[in-house]
Ligand binder design. Structure first.
Ligand code: IPM
Ligand code: MG
Length: 360
């Protein structure tokens, strides 16, 4: 099969981790006799530097032409004081919106070999296996009106959280389908004791639930969910939530996996006319400018994102499983990057990538 994909390394450690992820893809292609057709594009701060725009038209064109997109990370400290509309992050938000990838799947699993990498007690994290389903193209990230007006004491900023019934129903359906393939438990997270948006969310989730009588649904308020994630993470199977809550809770989930560098994500939209799912694959971590260019970053989040790409965009379950077991083997060997606090000397980004390739 031909795997036609766009790589957007982005900023900071994005270039290093996507390099290893692509290397793993090349190894998979060789081992399972697929051909890889790669194009590369600009997104984020590097795109601002080269074109003045965090999401150049050319990148949109390349993403549309590819069957799947692999993204590294976006964000640079030099833009810390820039308004949202001029920041590297705006490029990623534009890409998600243009691709229409409304469902962001963020699996959070504790690997046996990494139990001691989490600052939480072993008995709490051991056996954690959940997937956070984050709505990705709506809510407060995109709602209007937004902006700043006035001056002095009257200077005022506004953002708008907004959801339609259709937006909630489609992500809820996706989450229920996933739960059906897992332990059949779905926790829908909202703030319905305060927000109208969350009240509509809860109402629509309850309606969709009637199509899935075999899945047990519970509603959890987002503040309580933040607490439950570290008190009793094993109770969660599928966690369904809106855009900003999902952003926050998935960073918290990273603590359970040992390091945010471990977390992959898959952002899925509707099917293309060709029958393939539109997909954007990105590690959950950011651009980590403090360690960029030092060959220290953990590439396993990006490599896990490649496994998700093989599975969801190309339907290659065997290939995805080969990547997962290679990652497991590398974790068991203890040759991991510094963020995972290995007993011996930490491995470099490149060494971890090489080890995964060798294990495939
Ligand atoms: C994430 C990131 C992004 C988000 C940023 C970089 C815009 O934090 O994917 O979790 O907030 O969605
Ligand atoms: Mg985030």
């Amino acid at each position: 099969m031909q795997l036609n994909l766009l790589v957007l390394p982005g900023d900071g450690i994005g270039a290093e981790v996507t390099r290893e992820a692509v290397r793993v893809l090349e190894r998979v292609a060789q081992r399972f006799s697929h051909t890889l057709k790669l194009s590369e594009g600009l997104l984020g701060g590097v795109a601002i530097h080269k074109t003045g725009n965090p999401f150049p038209d050319e990148t949109a064109r390349l993403a549309d032409a590819a069957d799947a997109t692999l993204m590294g990370a976006v964000g640079l400290p030099e833009f810390d004081n820039a308004p949202p509309s001029e920041r590297p992050e705006r490029g990623l938000l534009g890409l998600r919106k243009v691709l229409g990838v409304y469902a962001n799947l963020r699996p959070v699993r504790t690997h046996k070999a990494l139990i001691d990498s989490s600052p939480l007690k072993n008995h709490l994290v051991e056996g954690t296996d959940m997937i956070i389903v984050r709505e990705l193209t709506g809510g407060i990230y995109y709602g209007t009106p937004r902006g700043v007006s006035g001056s002095g004491d009257g200077e005022r900023a506004v953002n708008t959280m907004t959801y339609t019934r259709a937006e909630i129903a489609r992500i809820a359906r996706m989450a229920f389908h996933l739960a059906r393939q897992r332990r059949k438990k779905l926790a829908s997270v909202d703030k319905s004791n305060v927000l109208e948006c969350s009240q509509l969310w809860r109402k629509v989730v309850v309606e969709v639930a009637s199509e899935f009588p075999d899945v047990a649904l519970e509603h959890v308020l987002v503040d309580n969910c933040a607490m439950q994630l570290v008190l009793n993470p094993k109770r969660f199977d599928v966690v369904l939530t809106e855009n900003m809550f999902g952003d926050i809770l998935s960073d918290e989930g990273a603590v359970l996996a040992g390091s945010i560098g471990m977390l992959p994500s898959a952002s899925i939209g509707d099917k293309k006319p060709s029958g393939a799912w539109v997909g954007l694959y990105e590690p959950v971590h950011g651009s980590a400018p403090d360690i960029a260019g030092q060959n220290k970053a953990n590439p396993l989040g990006a490599i896990g994102s490649v496994a998700a790409m093989l599975e969801y965009s190309f339907g290659l379950a065997r290939e995805a499983a080969a990547v997962h077991s290679a990652v497991e083997e590398v974790l068991n060997s203890g040759r991991v990057t510094a963020d995972l606090k290995p007993a011996g000397a930490p491995a470099t980004t490149g060494q971890v990538g090489q080890a995964v390739c060798a294990a495939i």
